[in-house]
Design a protein around this ligand. Structure first.
Ligand code: UGA
Length: 451
């Protein structure tokens, strides 16, 4: 099938590359000439395991093209995916200007039937606004082409996006109950048929329910995390181990073990933004989502927990003290530092007068960029960008782990002990067992592990 993807950000690029991998002819359109040039030169602008290979393979096979040419790109696809960003407005609502601009471009240049697929995370009711924009452009030029707007939210996780796309646990599609909607449904069914051969993975629903499903999923996942983080903080007080509790409750299939890890708080571009946007939607309907407000507040507090534990151990005056920080990206397998807990921790330590040596397996370049934005030049001078995990440890009072990269899971504890001034570990992701750490001679501070 011929497909156009509008927006080559994270979602658009993964979707475009993976749809090409399935044998479709895909054009990825972006207004950012620099990015298109980069993609055409064979590089990719983000770190995502496996993506570079999929892009290269399909580009070389002539199934994947990158373009800034709006007219030709809109003409290409019978399916037009809108995958542009929806950043938060000041009030937390989603900024739809890029989505609606994409819709207007489609309406301005389309000829013949098009299925317009909302892939971006957009508030309930956006498909109607997209439809109105396209129709207004068609009317303005007296064009009577038919079209249908479909909601097909994405559930990819950064760091596992290609795998998630190629082996989806579900595909949510919302279509209108109109003849155009039916036509769109058939094309969407054909597009996703490779995933439904053995198992039907598509959930068909109305457009608004599909839009809502995306927010409900992220809000539920964020809720689980904040709930566990709050319990972990109490576990610290009452002398319980949150990991044991996780096993204890997770064995109930209604709860399940996964996505119940207490830690240094959730980050990334999705949970914080989507939780806020859903709250904002509720307010538009005079409803308050009390649980989600708490989810957000708990997460905000949770990002401070590691710093508070350090202050409890070393005092608030950290002048002359130096700390090693392992893990800067908001989670492993990405260089994304949006809303990353490490940013909050580093600021806390510097505000209390400490200096830090930081290390991340892939986010060092991104860290230099975002920390320069977060910090004053004076504070930045107290940040050393280490070249390896061991290099970060030199002369540090303690090691602080913020992201659970695989490379940090089985380190050489003897070498760590030798490099650190004191054998102290603050583990924001509960990578190690407190009893084994004690045996190995460490003072170990986990999250919710009663120390
Ligand atoms: C999230 C969702 O998991 C995806 O399904 C969704 O498609 C995506 O948002 C999106 O809306 O685009 P992502 O932001 O890539 O994906 O990252 P997650 O793996 O969900 O992790 C989010 C944060 O939660 C990370 O900071 C992670 O460290 C934290 N987390 C996760 C925990 O603190 N505890 C857990 O048990 C799991």
């Amino acid at each position: 099938m011929n497909i156009t993807i509008i927006g080559t950000g994270y979602v658009g690029l993964v979707t475009g590359a993976c749809l090409a991998e399935l044998g479709n002819h895909v054009v990825c359109l972006d207004i950012d000439q620099f990015k298109i040039k980069l993609l055409n030169s064979g590089a990719i602008p983000i770190h995502e395991p496996g993506l570079e290979e999929v892009v290269a393979r399909n580009r070389d096979a002539g199934r994947l093209h990158f373009s800034t040419d709006v007219v030709a790109s809109v003409a290409h696809g019978e399916l037009q995916f809108i995958a542009v960003g929806t950043p938060p407005n000041e009030d937390g609502s989603a900024d739809l200007q890029y989505v609606l601009a994409a819709a207007r471009n489609i309406g301005r240049h389309m000829v013949g039937f098009k299925v317009i697929v909302d892939k971006s995370t957009v508030p309930v009711g956006t498909a109607d606004r997209v439809k109105a924009c396209v129709q207004a452009e068609l009317d303005a030029r007296g064009e009577r082409a038919a079209f249908s707007v479909v909601s097909n939210p994405e559930f990819l996780k950064e760091g596992a996006a290609v795998e998630d796309f190629m082996r989806p646990d579900r595909i949510v599609i919302g279509c209108d109950a109109t003849p155009e909607g039916e036509r769109a449904r058939n094309l969407m069914r054909k597009l996703y048929s490779p995933f439904n051969r053995n198992h039907e993975r598509t959930f068909w629903m109305d457009v608004r329910s599909a839009e809502f499903t995306k927010y409900a999923a992220n809000a539920m996942l964020a809720t689980r995390i904040s709930f566990m983080n709050e319990l972990a903080n109490l576990a610290d007080q009452v002398g319980a181990d949150i990991e044991a509790v996780r096993y204890g409750i997770g064995s109930d299939p209604r709860i399940g073990h996964s996505f119940l890890y207490a830690g240094a708080g959730y980050g990334g571009s999705c949970f914080p933004k989507d939780v806020q946007a859903l709250e904002r939607t509720a307010r538009e309907y005079d409803q308050e989502l009390l649980i989600l407000r708490a989810v957000e507040q708990v997460n905000h507090k949770q990002k401070l927990v590691l710093g508070l534990k350090i202050a409890k151990r070393f005092g608030h005056d950290l002048r002359g003290k130096h700390f090693a920080v392992w893990g800067l990206a908001f989670k492993p397998n990405t260089d994304d530092m949006r809303e990353a807990p490490a940013r909050v921790l580093i600021k806390q330590l510097l505000d209390d007068g400490a200096s830090v040596a930081v290390y991340d397996p892939v986010a060092m370049k991104e860290a230099r960029r975002v920390l320069a934005l977060d910090l004053s030049a004076g504070d930045m001078a107290r940040v050393r960008f280490a070249v390896s995990p061991m290099d970060a440890l030199t002369d540090a009072e303690a090691l602080v782990i913020v992201t659970e990269w695989k490379a940090f899971r089985s380190p050489d504890f003897e070498r760590i002990k030798l490099a650190l001034k004191q054998a102290i570990v603050f583990d924001g992701r509960n990578l190690f067992r407190p009893d084994l750490m004690a045996e190995a001679g460490f003072e170990y501070h986990g999250i919710g592990r009663s120390i």
